[in-house]
Ligand binder design. Structure first.
Ligand code: NAD
Length: 499
């Protein structure tokens, strides 16, 4: 059976820990490969290779680093089909969606091609007599990224695109469920002219994560995954003196005002709620229709659409979505549906019985729709992360805005309305990091920045865009004096001021 190893110092390196994990084909349920799970010693090898590569890479001028990023972008584009198939075969998302996963990552690489401009410092001429002040943004050194299963191309590129372009060496610890695309990206980076040791992949589980968090030579850690692990990574990483940004889970609400175009809203909710089997951190998982009339009309429109969802193998171009990533992930969602029924929510469409002929062992799950979900329910409080849309009816705008505002998560939110004033007030008051106005999945483009609030993100600095440049660099400020006629002789014992 094929084994996915590590990519260290520009080479595939066999795992030596003796531990490995299964990689499934979610479409059939079969184990298709094994992934090596790294020990501390293996992680350490990558850190040492990165340390060796760092001074040279940091000294490469920004324009040359940008050219490597540009070559990498071209190579990823050339290999788009292969990457999308590989991604889809391990994750289960449909091919068009897999291409989107790669494409959204590539947009960060495009952003990173502008690094000569983005990494410029500031300069003040004549801050004092013969004194100039200037600042520079220098790379941190060796940095690491721990990434989730649901965007195996985009999320590593969110991180390493910026980290590497500014001069760091990056170690990716991908999800052990679908590590092949991150491995392929590292190979392509080498082919693009990236020196060995600048982008490496160490596969593994908690042991590799703990090794990253405890390694004294890793300066910063980016994490994307569930909130419990994000919090753990943030606390442990910062306690060990690292800079950490840790993005967590989500429960994204869509508020539907009575004046919204309900046919349009129904289309948007279908895509945002069920696309990629709901395994997106920006998926809409709660619809909040305002007023009973809006709610009844929405449920009436959604029910037949959810029942008619085409769930099929990811290679079927007609499929709305494919299988879930693993049997365990599917079971978790099934358990939440059961819990919702017990809690008294109204199960309008039950996707649990779905079976696909010829693919009985695949991890397929039909779409489910709950109505009359309330904030007291556990299924409302938790992230379900599956093809389940919950409807929480709200009598008025104030109740509707309070739901996402009070929720423990604050990743994305959307409002559908024709009323500009209501939309403007909503965007200003809602306590959520990314807001869509008649846009269901408001993932900012690469030159803006991504990040949630509350338990959806731990740390102060967002991902990619100018915030990403800030995260992966430290500022050095130089105050320089070149006095005419030499330095004065008498010491000054007081703090220098500009009086
Ligand atoms: P996960 O938390 O299970 O895994 C994420 C990473 O952490 C993986 O690399 C995994 O190997 C590692 N990990 C898992 N358990 C660990 C442990 N006990 N100790 C140390 N490391 C551990 O997340 P997932 O299931 O891969 O991804 C889905 C989650 O990610 C969802 O909660 C989703 O909302 C979230 N997500 C968030 C964003 C965002 O930007 N906010 C984006 C994508 C996904």
């Amino acid at each position: 059976m094929r084994t996915i190893s590590h990519f260290i110092n520009g080479r595939h390196v066999e795992g030596t820990s003796g531990r490995s994990g299964d990689i499934f084909n979610p479409a059939t349920g079969e184990v298709q490969a094994k992934v090596a799970l790294a020990s501390r010693a293996e992680l350490r090898k990558a850190v040492e290779a990165a340390q060796e590569a760092f001074p040279k890479w940091a000294a490469v001028n920004p324009q040359r680093r940008a050219r490597v990023m540009f070559n990498f972008k071209t190579l990823v584009e050339k290999n788009m089909d292969e990457l999308a198939h590989l991604l889809s075969s391990e994750h289960g998302k449909v091919l068009a969606d897999a291409r989107g996963d790669v494409q959204r990552g590539l947009e960060v690489i495009e952003f990173a091609c502008g690094i000569p401009h983005l990494q410029k410092g500031e300069y003040t001429e004549g801050a004092g007599p013969g004194i100039d002040i200037y600042s520079m943004r220098q790379p941190l050194g060796v940095v690491a990224g721990i990434t989730p299963f649901n965007f195996p191309a985009m999320i590593p590129m969110w991180m390493f695109g910026v980290a590497i372009a500014v001069g760091n060496c990056f170690i990716n610890k991908p999800s052990e469920k679908d590590p092949s695309v991150p491995m392929r990206l590292a190979e392509l980076f080498l082919e693009a002219g990236g020196p060995p040791g600048v982008l490496q992949v160490v596969n593994g589980d908690k042991e590799a994560v703990d090794a990253i968090l405890e390694d004294p030579d890793i300066s910063a850690v980016s994490f994307v995954g569930s909130s419990a692990i994000a919090e753990y990574v943030y606390s442990k990483g910062t306690a060990n003196g690292k800079r950490v940004q840790a993005m967590g889970g989500a429960k994204n609400h869509a508020i539907i005002m009575p004046d919204a175009d309900l046919d349009q809203v129904t289309n948007e909710l279908m895509g945002a709620g069920y696309g990629s089997a709901g395994e997106r951190c920006m998926a809409i998982s709660v619809a909040v229709p305002v007023g009973e009339k809006t709610a009844d009309a929405l449920v009436q429109r959604l029910k037949p659409r959810v029942e008619a969802l085409k769930i099929a193998p990811p290679t079927d171009p007609e499929a709305a979505y494919g299988p879930m990533v693993t049997a365990a992930q599917k079971q978790r969602v099934v358990d939440y549906i059961q819990m919702g029924v017990k809690e008294g929510a109204e199960l309008v469409v039950d996707g649990r019985g779905f079976k696909l002929q010829g693919y009985e062992n695949g991890f397929y799950l039909g779409g489910s729709l709950f109505d009359r979900v309330t904030p007291a329910m556990q299924t409302y409080k938790d992230e379900i992360f599956g093809p389940v849309l919950q409807i929480a009816r709200a009598p008025d705008f104030e109740t509707a805005i309070s739901l996402p505002t009070k929720h423990q998560y604050g990743n994305g939110v959307a409002i559908f309305t024709r009323d500009g004033d209501a939309a403007r007030e909503f965007a200003s008051r809602v306590q959520v990091g990314m807001v869509g106005i008649n846009i269901p999945i408001p993932v900012p483009l690469a030159y803006h920045t991504f990040g949630g609030w509350k338990r959806s993100a731990f740390g102060d600095v967002n991902v990619h865009g100018p915030e990403g440049v800030r995260f992966y660099t430290k500022i050095k400020t130089v105050t320089a004096r070149w006095p005419k006629g030499g330095v004065r002789e008498n010491p000054d014992f007081n703090i220098p001021t500009m009086k």
